[in-house]
Design a protein around this ligand. Structure first.
Ligand code: RUB
Length: 256
């Protein structure tokens, strides 16, 4: 396959969420850019997922650094994040997560491999079901997983409703901002509920997601929600939302 075809294939996979999550998107966008290192390809990549400051940051580094210099950051940061998350997990914790975050999943797998005993509750994350990816990867690593439909978050986070008590919420982030974070749609409801239930919410994210810019929220295609919906039914499909810092106990990055 020639370079242009490889570039186009990666771009399509990012657009279609076959490659998803801020970290994977940034890594693959970087790789694609070095296949065709032009202004036009940078513009194209940035247009694929507008709520991704980490992709913007790494593409912005390409004029000064090589691919290898940039890419090594991801693993180095993840290792530090893993160690910080490890310290937070207590014996028999029930940890709640949403969508699929590589920073979160990797940290949980590291904790399991290094002897922590815990289980995970997660959401299916409609309309694209990234929660299934999370559940599969955690299960493969030997972690007990219980998946909930998104609309059961109230049940999942409340002891009174018949499920076990959740001890901690771990969410990833697409953007870390001064006054909060941006993550998958549903995150604000989860964080607000958790706060109400006195469950600490930790954001687990690479510091390269920090941004001082105004971040647009990606609105995705309506047929992801309802393919061939009757005309005149209005559908909204925002991919992300803002979570104010009042709901967040701590942001865990490799810098802390
Ligand atoms: C993924 C999502 C993830 C963050 C962080 O959304 O919201 O929680 O991107 O992920 P989508 P990571 O599936 O729409 O890309 O830790 O992998 O950077």
């Amino acid at each position: 396959m020639n370079k242009q075809k490889r570039f186009d294939k990666i771009a399509k996979a990012i657009k279609d969420i076959k490659i998803q999550g801020a970290r994977n998107i940034a890594r693959k966008a970087l790789y694609a850019y070095y296949l065709i290192p032009t202004k036009a390809s940078k513009k194209k990549l940035l247009s694929l997922r507008p709520t991704e400051p980490m992709m913007e940051k790494v593409l912005g580094m390409t004029s000064k650094k090589s691919y290898h210099e940039i890419i090594k950051h991801f693993e180095e940061a993840q290792e530090k994040i893993n160690k910080a998350v490890f310290k937070l997990i207590r014996k028999n914790d029930v940890i709640f997560t949403h969508c699929h975050s590589t920073n979160v999943v990797n940290a949980l797998i590291y904790a399991k491999k290094n002897g922590k005993k815990f289980e995970v509750y997660n959401t299916e994350t409609r309309p694209l079901f990234q929660g299934r990816k999370t559940a599969r990867e955690l299960k493969k690593a030997g972690i007990k997983v219980t998946m909930f439909v998104d609309s059961a978050v109230g049940v999942a986070l409340s002891k009174e409703q018949g499920t076990k008590k959740v001890d901690k919420v771990f969410l990833g982030a697409d953007a870390l901002l001064k006054n909060g974070i941006i993550n998958k749609i549903g995150s604000e409801t989860i964080a607000k509920l958790a706060k109400q239930e006195k469950i600490p919410v930790y954001i687990v994210a690479d510091s390269w997601k920090y941004s001082t810019k105004k971040i647009p929220i990606e609105q995705r295609k309506l047929n992801e929600v309802w393919d061939k919906a009757p005309k005149k039914i209005k559908i909204k499909n925002p991919a992300f939302e803002f979570v104010p810092k009042k709901y967040i106990k701590k942001v865990i990055t490799e810098e802390m």
